[in-house]
Design a protein around this ligand. Structure first.
Ligand code: RTP
Ligand code: MG
Length: 143
């Protein structure tokens, strides 16, 4: 199986509710290793750039407002099939549809405030990692 990297955001709602540690625990229990991490409070421009693919959608303004409403944690996760493994433990975009035991089922309130983000493909992961981290901020695991 391929060792991949994926990009994660713990969104403002989950940070505000003190769920950072609980969500990190889900990553590590699933075998995903944190190889970079930091806390940020996004500017409007950073949030718009990150979610540019959704700029024509009706929810874009609310999404940007939410993502700039408080601090977030950004992480790079490394592991076997990391992109899909991470999406699996995140659960569906709408927490009402998320499988029991997933991060969004357990920590999210609504589709608008859904606790966490995960890259949807290896290509978007590479782009999203580069959006927030320089190469020298990544610490690949050797053991
Ligand atoms: P994310 O990018 O945050 O990991 O979420 P996702 O892939 O599961 O969903 P995506 O389609 O990329 O949507 C990005 C975020 O926009 C909000 N959204 N709201 N009201 C709506 O119909 C709607 N659809 C999407 C969600 O907060 C979603 O996480
Ligand atoms: Mg997405």
């Amino acid at each position: 199986m391929a060792i991949e990297r994926t990009f994660s955001i713990i969104k403002p709602d989950a940070v505000a509710k003190n769920h950072i540690g609980a969500i990190y625990n889900r990553f590590e229990t699933a075998g995903l290793k944190i190889v970079a991490a930091k806390m940020l409070h996004l500017t409007k421009e950073q949030a718009e750039g990150f979610y540019a693919e959704h700029s024509e959608r009706g929810f874009f303004g609310a999404l940007v407002e939410f993502m700039t409403s408080g601090p977030i944690m950004v992480q790079v996760l490394e592991g076997e099939n990391a992109v899909l493994a991470h999406r699996d433990i995140l659960g569906a975009t709408n927490p009402a549809d998320a499988a029991p035991g997933t991060i969004r089922a357990d920590f999210a309130e609504s589709i608008d405030e859904n606790a966490a983000h995960g890259s949807d493909a290896v290509e978007s992961a590479a782009r999203e990692i580069a959006y927030f981290f320089s190469a020298d901020e990544l610490c690949p695991r050797t053991r």
